[in-house]
Design a binder for this molecule. Structure first.
Ligand SMILES: Cc1ncc(COP(=O)(O)O)c(C=O)c1O
Length: 522
């Protein structure tokens, strides 16, 4: 056994005391295990250039205190009878048992009886995974971002050693403002933009502004699970409002007490419905009349495959009621952790203050690279991936129709995923998902796909299928696995779901009807 010592001559502590203390601490800390043989005094003295008597004296103290024991043949071992609790064998800082009771972390009240089920992250375990909302990593604009990042690092810039504007790099905010004007019909001054770590941080900033424990927050039913978790973590009470085939049913909005309403009007998550103009205007009017703020999450609006995009709520609002949140997680990649919020003028100061308190702003290099990209190839990149996502979406729809017959599919005209209403005769979502997984293919129920359901009519008969990260071949293989899984379960007599339509006409878009016909004819 090697014993490592750090001896300091002239430190004011005698050498024998230093040897004694250091060996004792290593025994207590678990670095010298019970029963381990320690070097003979002669050997240790030679290694550290100290007198043998010094070592002998230290060993004697350790022996007399029971830390060491001698054995025949003059071997000296770390005692095997040390009381367990005198040993601190865990990694440093992990043993809480020996200290006084620690202050408990402040658990949001809502989570005390129900631990939050946080969404998954990282690589998928399934070979082919229809996880919703993942951009295709093969189309990541590596080259464009790399050039900007390298340029940032060739000459030392004071921006690297100084703090930047907590609201975000001006060039990036200008780029975002230009993009929002052109693509989303939102006229916004760069000063109203705060660059954030994705939608997630933006939601936290808004929650911190407005949610006191017990505050009511309207959410869509079903809704984006991570948003509901943020609001609940601040103590909010969720007020779910049902979603139909046209998005949130605004006729069911509650009365005056609400602090916030969180909505995804462009591509409702998870159903994929698009909120029509009439409902958008009613929603804004409701916010104006009740004093609530609307959080408009426009997470994947870059992908619209048919028809002109509807103007965002923030582009329609004149009453300062809308807080718009956007992200580069879908248009480029979630690994960038960059998004933004656009706030009405009267909230700018508060939003910037909260961002300052949280982090003093977003990393500079990422912002420079994104600002360059928005000025340069961003639109080209979007056109390219939009085309390829539309292609794989078409393959998915036609394969589903080929395998299962005409289908009720939601959300085909926007975004990166569809919601598939399982036809009568197929197994219920959970059993189906599990069986499909045995073929190495991941498909998702509303819950496992990141949605929160408050007892809506969708959860027990739908699946979410993200297509944007998959190749055509992966989609074909994936749907085949789904068909095999359905057959397996049918042959085992697993109960099938009933023919309980969602109460809307079949929602295959025209393009998908054509695909369906083509697939059936083939
Ligand atoms: C509705 C919705 N909003 C936002 C996001 C992205 O959030 P972030 O910008 O924090 O990555 C997602 C990702 O799946 C989403 O589904």
């Amino acid at each position: 056994m090697i014993v490592i010592l750090r001896l300091e001559r002239g430190s004011g502590t005698t050498l024998q005391r230093q040897v004694y203390v250091q060996i004792r601490d290593q025994i207590l800390g678990g670095q010298l295990a019970q029963g381990a043989e320690i070097p003979a005094s002669r050997v240790l003295a030679r290694e550290y250039g100290i007198s043998r008597n010094t070592v002998i004296q230290a060993y004697e103290w350790l022996l007399s205190e029971g830390y060491l024991e001698t054995h025949p043949g003059a071997r000296t071992l770390v005692s095997r009878n040390l009381p367990e609790r005198s040993l601190n064998v865990g990694p440093i800082g992990n043993d809480l048992s020996r200290s006084a009771a620690r202050v408990a972390p402040k658990t949001p009240i809502i989570f005390k009886s129900r631990p939050p089920k946080l969404p998954r992250y990282g690589a998928s375990e399934a070979e082919i995974d229809f996880w919703p909302g993942r951009p295709n990593h093969r189309q990541f604009p590596l080259w464009a971002l790399k050039q900007s990042i390298v340029e940032c690092l060739v000459t030392p810039a004071s921006a690297l050693s100084d703090y930047g504007d907590p609201g975000g790099l001006l060039a990036l905010r200008e780029g975002i403002a230009g993009y929002l004007r052109a693509a989303r019909g939102i006229r916004v001054d760069p000063d109203q933009i705060v660059v954030t770590s994705g939608v997630q941080e933006a939601l936290n900033i808004v929650a911190r502004m407005f949610i006191a424990p017990g505050a009511e927050v309207v959410v869509e039913n079903p809704c984006y699970g991570s948003a509901a978790l943020v609001f609940e973590s601040y103590g909010a009470r969720m007020v779910p409002v049902d979603v139909d085939e046209h998005g949130m049913d605004v006729s069911r909005l509650p009365g005056a007490k609400t602090a916030l309403a969180y909505v995804t009007p462009s591509h409702q998550f998870p159903t994929g419905a698009t909120l029509p103009l009439e409902r958008r205007l009613k929603l804004i009017e409701w916010a104006h009349n009740t004093g609530a703020y609307l959080i408009e999450d426009d997470y994947d609006s870059d992908y619209r495959y048919a028809g002109p995009p509807l103007v965002a709520l923030a582009g329609l609002d004149t009453s300062g009621s809308v807080i718009y949140v956007g992200t580069f997680s879908k248009s480029i990649g979630a690994g960038l952790r960059t998004g933004y919020m656009v706030v009405p003028r009267h909230l700018v100061e508060t939003a910037r203050d909260i961002k300052t308190l949280t982090s003093y702003g977003h990393p500079w290099i990422e912002q420079v690279a994104l600002a360059d990209f928005l000025r340069g190839g961003f639109q080209r990149h979007l056109r390219r991936i939009r085309r390829s996502y539309a292609e794989v979406r078409d393959v998915l729809i036609s394969e589903l129709v080929r395998a299962f017959g005409p289908q009720e599919i939601w959300g085909t005209e926007n975004g990166m995923h569809i919601m598939w209403r399982l036809p009568a005769g197929l197994p219920p979502p959970n059993a189906f998902v599990e069986r499909i997984r045995s073929y190495g293919v991941g498909v998702h129920t509303l819950a496992s796909g990141g949605a929160r359901d408050f007892g809506s009519r969708y959860a027990d008969s739908t699946l979410l299928l993200g297509y944007s990260s998959l190749t055509k071949q992966q989609i074909i293989s994936g749907v085949r696995a789904m068909a095999r899984a359905a057959e397996d379960l049918a042959s085992k007599g697993v109960a099938a779901i009933e023919d309980r339509p969602l109460g809307v006409p079949a929602r295959l878009p025209r393009s998908a009807h054509d695909l369906a016909k083509a697939a059936v004819q083939r």
